[in-house]
Design a protein around this ligand. Sequence first.
Ligand code: 48F
Length: 258
Amino acid sequence: METLISRGIIESYFGKLMRSLELDAAIVGGGPSGIVAAYYLAKAGHKVALLDRKLAPGGGMWGGAMLFNDIVVQEEAMPVVKELQLSYREHANGTYLLDSVHATAGLLYRATEAGAIIFNSVSVEDVVYKQGRVGGVVVNWTPVLLQKLHVDPLTFASKVVLDATGHDCEIARTVARKNDVRLETPTGGVAGEMSMDAAEGERTTLENTKEIYPGLFVSGMAANGVSGSFRMGPIFGGMLLSGRKVAQLMHEAIVAQG
Ligand code: 48F
């Protein structure tokens, strides 16, 4: 029995690893924008893997506001909430409330159901960078990195890569720093996010969602962070719409590569 259990898990996990060696889309970060992007890309038939350094992907959505575990979504993003079949209730002035645990679990459920592979407890420590293009992710176990063990990583090739790492914009920062290149951002690098302006932050999240270097896209707070825009707190419509928008942009880039 013990061997049966172990063999099943090993075979299944190694299958996921093998399928991820050559991806259409590698998504770094399993916050709301990354998960929504994974859902739409997988639904479009692409080979998608999402990597999150935490044991429980979901990013900043589980905790609501100051651990009050509810979130707000505005009218414009309700088509995404409805498509992913999340439960909600009306609040006021065109806003809706969602239980943050239900909503986070629901996003993860829908993305995996659509065919996205999720690797949890896996960190992206670098990218594949060839001829002026980002072409994959360099991955390692989070516990290896936390322990500062000197262990080399594995690599997944990917036609496009998404930085959905939230406030830290880790992948964009790494690409700019290591390769001394200019990103398509106001400063040419990572500008860093500004203080709170919920309405403006929501608006610019969508505007800043784009390809910032050949093969590298940004979504969610990473999009605002690279562009020096506002944070917005526990309103999540911009994150959901950003995930949907970036999936469309990445889809077009994947199709263009053939
Ligand atoms: O920050 P996060 O939730 O991403 P998001 O989609 O959403 C932002 C909101 O949660 C909130 C907000 C809404 O109004 O302001 O903050 O922009 O999730 C980012 C995820 O990326 C993972 C991290 O564990 C988190 O789950 N992550 C960050 N760096 C890495 C990473 C990395 N190098 N490798 C793997 N995962």
